[in-house]
Design a binder for this molecule. Structure first.
Ligand code: PMP
Length: 376
């Protein structure tokens, strides 16, 4: 073994001893676990209309996009999906990426012209933090979901330089499911002439009128100083990411965005499946699915205390080991729950993370709750 591999093996051993070892749990088509761990909030990943759209496209267009967006990778389906997303998200344009991670990297790099100072929520998702790093710009964090702290730091940043300012938050936070006050953050951003970038990954399809997300819900969609990113892999049940905003930004991203230009486009079948999911998500059918999520949120609040507004519900555990043992016990009894341990928890507190799925039957949901309580 080389020196490097010896060091890596030793580090893995130390992580295992601290309860931080991670295991892959492959799932097969016949999987019967009750899913409170995935992000298929509306149950659309398995909806027949979504699957039909993808299968038909697969036959017509082939498996992959065969090239990057600027070469051969843009199909009429990508453009149709982008138009539907822009319309739903209340933006001038939407550009689709092959993942939400790449959309975040591309958005931050695209917005951070030289001299930009970035102010970001301390609990922001890894893809946003990586975007900040990749931009090479100076950055500061503000206290989680604290608009007054963001205001203070933006003030310090604007006094320190004459550059541009970029404020970054999620709408629904991915680990605890709490919401940012987007209207207030927008007010703060505007007062400092900052651009506000919102990652609506866990909001799109789940909150806001007709599921249009947190940004539409806060009444700030379509504002010239608001840019939105999201993933197409959660409530829309597929894969891919999106950047949506005011028209001036689109050409800049197409001309210069490295994660747009140098990455193979989203497979056309995925674009078609996601477009079908989007139509369902914004329809009365999607509304009924969101009603199921709301009822289950209240049920969880009644049992475990916490209050959340999206599809994410955290239950704190005493330690990383306790969280892992609890999640494993649930798994053995047929219930998949998320287990979040450092470094995936921003505050270093391990927890179970339950994610709601409107496609899980009422009986299965109740059985899962019973299992979670009995294995505590
Ligand atoms: N942002 C947030 C808040 C997320 O939770 C995720 C997914 N874990 C992403 C971005 C990345 O999206 P994708 O999985 O499509 O790359």
């Amino acid at each position: 073994m080389t020196d490097l591999l010896r060091v890596l093996a030793r580090k893995a051993e130390l992580r295992a001893r601290a309860g931080l070892r991670r295991e892959l749990r492959p799932r097969s088509a016949g999987d019967t676990l009750i899913d409170l761990a995935g992000n298929d909030y509306l149950g659309l990943a398995v909806h027949p209309a979504v699957i039909d759209a993808a299968v038909q496209t697969l036959r017509g267009y082939g498996l992959g996009a065969t090239g990057s967006r600027l070469v051969r990778g843009t199909t009429d389906l990508h453009e149709r999906l982008e138009a539907a997303l822009a319309d739903w998200m209340g933006a001038d344009f939407a550009l689709v990426y092959s993942s939400g991670y790449l959309a975040n990297l591309g958005a931050i790099r695209g917005l951070a012209l030289p001299g930009t100072r970035i102010v970001i929520d301390e609990f922001a998702h890894a893809s946003l933090l990586d975007g900040v790093r990749l931009s090479g710009m100076e950055s500061r964090t503000y206290r989680h979901a604290d608009a007054a702290d963001a205001d203070r730091i933006l003030g310090e940043c604007s006094r320190a330089g004459d550059g541009r300012l970029l404020l970054i938050t999620e709408s629904v936070f991915s680990v605890d499911g709490d919401l940012a006050d987007l209207a207030e953050l927008h007010r703060v951003a505007r007062a400092h002439r900052a651009v506000l970038l919102v990652d609506d990954a866990h909001g799109l399809g789940v909150i806001g009128p007709r599921g249009a997300g947190g940004v539409v819900g806060a009444g700030i969609a379509g504002e010239p100083d608001v840019v939105v990113t999201a993933t197409l892999s959660k409530a829309l049940g597929g894969a891919g990411g999106v950047i949506a905003g005011a028209s001036g930004l689109r050409q800049h991203l197409v001309d210069t965005g490295r994660t747009f230009i140098f990455d193979t486009a989203l497979p056309p079948a995925t674009a078609a499946g996601v477009a079908a999911a989007l139509e369902l998500a914004r329809s009365a059918d999607g509304g009924a699915r969101r009603d199921i999520l709301a009822a289950r949120r209240s049920r969880l609040t009644g049992l475990f205390g916490a209050v959340t507004d999206g599809g994410v519900f955290p239950i704190p555990a005493e330690s990383a080991e306790a969280a892992l043992a609890w999640a494993n016990a649930c798994h053995e009894r047929g219930v998949a729950v998320g287990c979040f341990r450092p470094p995936s928890t921003p505050d270093h507190i391990s927890r179970l993370r339950l994610t709601l799925n409107a496609g899980v039957s009422e009986a299965d949901f109740e059985l899962a709750l019973q299992t979670i309580q009995e294995t505590r």
